[in-house]
Design a protein around this ligand. Structure first.
Ligand SMILES: Cc1cc2nc3c(=O)[nH]c(=O)nc-3n(C[C@H](O)[C@H](O)[C@H](O)COP(=O)(O)OP(=O)(O)OC[C@H]3O[C@@H](n4cnc5c(N)ncnc54)[C@H](O)[C@@H]3O)c2cc1C
Length: 450
């Protein structure tokens, strides 16, 4: 009689001491049986009675802080099984035809693509940021990093894409693509995707990118994760798309494991711009696909520039931001924040509370429903540091937090923290900076008196 093989033990997950980086509870959201809760420091507490050894938390951990462990009895079974497997020829596994079909389909799709967004031949910076992340993903997948350039008289952008790391550029250059319209761009991307079959397509989460990505994903019947804050590859070649969920209270990692291409958008300034290497060469694939103008229902008659838009400041591009929150108490008090910002060549930002109260305009809002910023210096005045605010500014090079509550969460991401009354500290900082500028003969900001 054939001896029955012992069942392979699944083990339990455990935390390796001092390795958790409090990434935002990715393990908790990956656990299918709610066996993980987070402690106050953002590290997982694993309920071993509930853990089913599915390994999902271990796979999703960006710091490899979780591992599987086995009891001595389980380890013995594993050793026996390994010894048996080494001695036996592997039994022919039964193949599920549906799974086989899926595997064959997935195999046809290769390559990481970045859509290069442009207006009048000027590329959006987010496209280059995405090439930086795309290079990382392509490296893990061992595939080419490609850029997709669509427009009219945009061949120079192919050279730019090479400079930022693309190895290949798909170029569609035709008058029909002169001004962005959803339909021709949608058809162009679908044509390219159906012809060349990329496994990943990344676009900027800008107005244009959101419009196009949603339309393409719908037409191709594939998945799209908007506003990703993290992208990585799992051991099945799936794109792990991490983004805030449930009002920003958890970070969810989303997979699109049964459809291709996998599509994600990322907001400007979430990923760093890779170094630009002028003169780097690559392959250009010119594709002459162009929809017939007569078939398009939307016509561009004129382009009118938005005067208000011209005046507004793009805080996402600022190198120094002084941001105010509810702690400022009213609109007028934002003057002290503005004075400090002017003196150090920065711009004023705000928390959502300040924007909702009507103290600042929406284009100044930093955070999940505002802008993502990555300045060299971010000074937070009277901002508590709610997670929805932090996701928009935590990648700033230096964060200076001013808050009278020493336990405010903003101090957790601060490089320097000042506990105290902002109405004393902010004007004192401005005074000190003016003093130093005067000593060094540097002119003060417009209208300021020493
Ligand atoms: C779906 C969703 C999306 C959201 N999106 C965003 C977003 O994009 N951006 C965003 O900012 N928020 C967002 N929020 C709101 C967020 O949850 C917080 O409510 C908000 O960030 C709080 O703003 P605040 O820090 O200015 O106010 P509060 O949380 O009220 O903090 C005020 C801080 O000021 C300090 N303070 C008071 N007086 C002084 C003083 N004199 N001196 C020094 N410190 C003082 C207090 O100690 C306190 O820490 C979102 C919420 C949800 C549910």
């Amino acid at each position: 009689m054939e001896q029955k093989k012992p069942k392979r033990p699944r083990g339990k997950a455990r935390l390796i001491p001092n390795t958790c980086i409090a990434c935002g509870a990715r393990c908790e959201s990956a656990c299918p049986v709610t066996a993980i809760v987070m402690d106050d420091a953002g590290a997982p507490i694993i309920d071993l009675a509930k853990c089913i050894g599915c390994v999902k938390c271990v796979k999703v951990c960006p710091a490899s802080a979780l591992e599987m462990f086995f009891t001595p009895e389980e380890q013995k079974i594993l050793d026996e099984l390994a010894a048996q497997a080494a001695g036996e020829a592997a039994p022919a596994e039964e193949v599920d035809p549906e799974e086989a079909q899926l595997a064959a389909m997935l195999k046809q799709y290769r390559g990481v693509w970045v859509f290069v967004e442009q207006t009048e031949g000027q590329a959006a910076g987010v496209s280059w940021e995405l090439l930086g992340k795309g290079a990382e993903l392509a490296g893990t997948l061992d595939v080419e990093l490609c850029a997709v350039v669509i427009g009219h008289a945009v061949a120079h952008l192919a050279e730019e894409a090479f400079a930022y790391g693309a190895e290949k550029v798909y170029l569609l250059d035709h008058p029909v693509y002169q001004c962005y319209r959803t339909e021709p761009y949608l058809r162009a991307i679908c044509h390219l995707t159906e012809t060349y079959k990329p496994e990943v397509i990344l676009m900027g989460a800008t107005g244009l990118g959101r419009d196009l990505a949603g339309a393409v994903a719908t037409r191709l019947a594939t998945g799209l994760t908007a506003d990703c804050t993290g992208l990585a590859i799992d051991d099945q070649r799936n794109l792990m798309q991490t983004r805030p969920a449930f009002g920003g209270n958890i970070m969810a990692t989303i997979l699109c494991d049964r459809n291709r291409p996998q599509m994600a958008t990322v907001r400007p300034h979430v990923m760093p711009t890779p170094p630009r290497l002028a003169g780097r060469a690559g392959e250009i694939i010119r594709d002459d696909f162009a929809p017939n103008e007569d078939d398009l229902t939307v016509k561009v008659l004129d382009v009118l520039l938005d005067a208000k838009h011209k005046e507004s400041i793009d805080i996402a591009a600022a190198e120094i931001i002084v941001a105010g929150g509810r702690g400022l108490m009213n609109k007028e008090n934002f003057a002290i924040v503005r004075e400090l910002a002017d003196e150090i060549g920065g711009v004023v930002g705000a928390s959502r509370s300040a924007v909702d109260a009507g103290w600042m305009s929406q284009d100044r809002q930093v955070g999940q429903t505002g802008k993502t910023v990555r300045p060299k210096i971010y000074i937070a005045c009277g901002i508590s540091g709610a997670i929805q605010h932090l996701v928009g500014m935590q990648d700033s090079d230096i964060v200076i937090a001013i808050n009278r509550d020493k336990d405010a969460p903003i101090f957790e991401v601060a490089t320097y923290g000042i506990v105290g009354d902002l109405f004393k500290i902010v004007p004192a900082l401005t005074r000190k900076i003016r003093e130093i500028k005067q000593q060094r003969g540097i002119p003060l900001a417009n209208g300021a008196e020493g």
